[in-house]
Design a protein around this ligand. Structure first.
Ligand code: BES
Ligand code: ZN
Ligand code: ZN
Length: 491
């Protein structure tokens, strides 16, 4: 599976000849630490205060100090972002070895395994370069290597387990970022077929690809209508990971618009190029199942994505047109730019009917409104089941993928009634755009299936770096679904 870019290598044996830099993780207020005595001047001058994410490189002593903030506030979210920043820093140094010593103070809030997982996944995300199609200025650096050593009281096996999880998950996060970064002329619905096949092969997953003739036969007119104006062919792809002994099934569903021009309800030109990212939900979905399978989590996971391209053309669906969805509902398409819900509607009802999952979660860059509400720091989660939301919130705390809950009260659905059909695809009006989109989707979820919709339009990519986060596609959702699958496998 191609993901491009440099990767780091890891070992837990103390190979002193192999490293050039020592990396120290430091809590604020630790200026009395004898090991760090050499840096008293920096402490005194206030150059290094060990604030979270603060990195201080001392070339003379070949030492990198990384601030972790207050010891009792070691939150996964914050340290993850901090290691992403460190990884980014290391990517700018030329192919060297680094030594990380894990002392026991680092593991008072987090287990050694979780800490190693956060360090490795963060480093990998930050180390990964995103200029995938550049031919000039491409780094030809050797890949760096990291050596972990641990204080005696920390079990090496726990650290090894954390490293392995970090490598597997980060590989899939970077995999999702790689395809997200590819523009629409390089990555089409057919690209999703190729990528999904690679993931299936690597992890021995069952894969089913639905081409247009099959979608027509099934009556998946939501997916088909959206792709009508494009010369690309719509696809639905299903991957199935069924480990022996698993008792529950989690279905994960992704929106895979490899480009969303808005169709006849065309978008303004300004940021339209960003709509190559409208496939980030599907990218995270297929890569999450890859990561979950490689970790051998004991739960059946079915991943299903709808892949299409939304373009204006003589054949394109027009505002006012009515189609019949897979579940039989008739839909008046008042705005062809509200296309993600048409694609997801068919996939949600197909999976509800054929798989009958115990839990169903979809990821979609569905509405600009979620960016107005939450910016780029959290995705909105909306659900018909409070237990599932609680588990998602728990998974969110275990990863750097933050969620915030919005309500799905019935009243929000009132404006989705159409004069001519069962439903219209926009509520009109200005308020609660993310919620009305979710209310639309709710019509396509099988009865009694615990379902959550996660609107990732704000978190899937970022224009600007901020805090400790870098710009570009984030791979949001991969870590969240990995933790969610792990949580649900315990129930
Ligand atoms: N893909 C967009 C949502 C989007 C917009 C994601 C901006 C990221 C940044 C989606 O298909 C869309 O266009 N939604 C419309 C819905 C509206 C017409 C009801 C929107 O959000 O404007
Ligand atoms: Zn759209
Ligand atoms: Zn879209």
């Amino acid at each position: 599976m191609k993901i491009e870019g440099n990767q780091l290598s890891y070992s837990t044996s103390d190979n002193k000849s192999n490293f050039h830099y020592k990396i120290h993780f430091v809590f604020s207020g630790e200026d009395k630490n004898i090991q760090l005595k050499k840096f008293q001047e920096q402490w005194k001058a206030g150059i290094f205060k060990a604030d979270i994410g603060q990195i201080f490189t001392d070339e003379a002593n070949k030492t990198i100090l990384v601030g972790l903030g207050k010891a009792d506030k070691l939150l996964i979210r914050k340290i993850s972002a901090c290691f992403i920043k460190l990884g980014n820093k290391l990517s700018k140094l030329d192919g060297v070895g680094y030594h990380i010593y894990l002392r026991k103070e680092l593991t008072t809030q987090l287990s050694a395994e979780k800490l190693a997982y956060q360090i490795v996944s963060g480093l990998e995300i930050g180390y990964y370069s995103l200029n995938v199609l550049a031919t000039k200025d491409k780094s030809k650096k050797k890949a760096g290597s990291i050596t972990f050593t641990t204080e005696d009281s920390i079990a090496e096996n726990a650290v090894k387990a954390g490293i392995n999880k970090g490598k597997s998950v980060a590989r899939h996060i970077n995999g999702a970022r790689y395809i997200a970064h590819l523009p629409a002329n390089h990555f089409t619905p057919e690209g999703f077929v190729k990528r999904s096949k690679e993931i299936a092969k690597e992890n021995k997953l069952k894969i089913t690809v639905f081409d247009e003739p099959q979608l027509q036969k099934l009556g998946m007119n939501g997916i088909l209508s959206v792709c009508e104006g494009s010369d690309k062919k719509a696809k639905m792809i299903m991957l199935d990971y069924a480990p022996p002994g698993a008792t529950k099934t989690l279905a994960i569903i992704g929106k895979g618009l490899t480009f969303d021009s808005g169709g006849i309800s065309i978008k303004p030109a300004g940021d339209m190029h960003e709509m190559k990212y409208d496939m980030c939900g599907a990218a995270a979905t297929i890569h999450a199942i890859g990561a979950i399978a490689s970790l051998k989590t004991k739960i059946r996971v079915v991943a299903a994505i709808g892949a299409a391209e939304n373009m204006p053309d003589a054949k394109a669906i027009k505002p006012g047109d009515v189609y019949t969805a897979y579940n039989g509902l008739t839909v008046e398409v008042q705005n062809t730019d509200a296309e993600g819900r048409l694609v997801l509607g068919d996939v949600l009802s197909y999976v509800s009917e054929k798989i009958k999952p115990d839990y169903m979660v979809d990821l979609a860059t569905l509405t600009g409104a979620v960016i107005i509400a939450l910016g780029h720091e959290a995705a909105a989660v909306m659900s018909n089941n409070s237990d599932l939301v609680d588990t998602i919130k728990k998974a969110s705390l275990e990863s750097d993928d933050r969620v915030w809950e919005f309500p799905l009260w019935d009243e929000y659905g009132e404006d989705l009634k159409s004069d001519i059909a069962d439903l219209k695809n926009i509520a009109g009006g200005r308020g609660a755009g993310s919620i009305t989109a979710a209310m639309y989707l709710k019509n396509f979820v099988g009865e009694n299936i615990p379902w959550a919709h996660i609107d990732i339009a704000g978190t899937a990519w970022r224009k600007k770096a901020s805090g400790t986060q870098s710009n570009g596609p984030t791979g949001y959702g991969v870590r969240l679904l990995v933790e969610l699958a792990e949580e649900l496998s315990k129930s």
